[in-house]
Design a protein. Sequence first.
Length: 359
Amino acid sequence: MILWICVFFGFACLSIIWAPSNGNVLSLNTTFLQLIFIVFCLTNIIKNDEDIELVLKCLIYSLLFTAIMLLIRTPFEQWGTERIGESIGLNSNDVGFRFAIGIILSFYFVNTKKKYYYIIYIIAFMLLVIFSGSRKGFIMAVVGIIVSSIYSGRKNTDYKAILSKLLKIVLASIALILIAYFVMNNKIFYSIIGVRMEDLFSAVVGESSGDASIIERNFFKEQAWQLFLSHPFIGYGHNCFPVYLKSIGYGFLTYSHNNYLELLSSTGIVGFAIYYSMIISMMISLLKMWFCKKKNGPILFVFTFIMLLVLFISWWQVNYSSKFLIVIYSLVYMFIKVEKKGGLYNNEFEKTNHCNNQP
């Protein structure tokens, strides 16, 4: 994985040769070095399943620390009137994304380790997702609650197991109904996230939306696609989409708000292929593990689910330089590596003959 991130970083830096702005290309160098350091540390620290769970716990604890910092640094009058995150240097959408992942990870410990006090974390993280005003984070959180509540980790068919699953579904449904009710009927929640969800729904069903951010993001995507078509192979230059916006006279210089189009427009097919080669490889490995197990492990489910969510949400988010996400990718990579060595589920699940016969 170190090789992957270094090759992508190297190609991104190489685009300084043809990029219209050397400063933009080099502006993310510090971030890339941090990503390399994170990957190096995690891939050398993690040796077995216990290490993976320890890092998962650390990730949740880091989110709790983030929540505390938000409470301390966000002025009281901003809660419910503005989207949170800026006070600690985070984008509001990034806040929503991180805490949505935190909800899914917390459900893992509730469902498999019976650590029911993690429910407190789930509630706190859900409130912070709402206060972030992130539509993407809210959708991820809702989907995460539904799927995590239904999935039990084992295919039990006995009477008690079926009742337990039904109870979880009922409780999750009640929780979601309550969340929806408060979001749409509470003045504070509605002004932060409710109205934004209404605009998103209107856009999805084809009705005109007055949300300027949706209109502007669609414009960014269209421009990124056109930029890719004019520079298909090696791109316009890493991190140079804002330079392109400036060249066409657009005042708001930002990224394209789409991870796929951002990479295609800035690094072309070559950079896009380098970046997604590792992610696609990990997804294939996860799916192979999923289908060749008699019993699918809870961690396998969590990682597969999160990876699918990230691939989906990347249509509305630029996340290739996210330090939080590179931690997730590193965990998935090491999970696959440990599993291939036969060290993760030997004591909990049996492998099928098909899996045992694989090289």
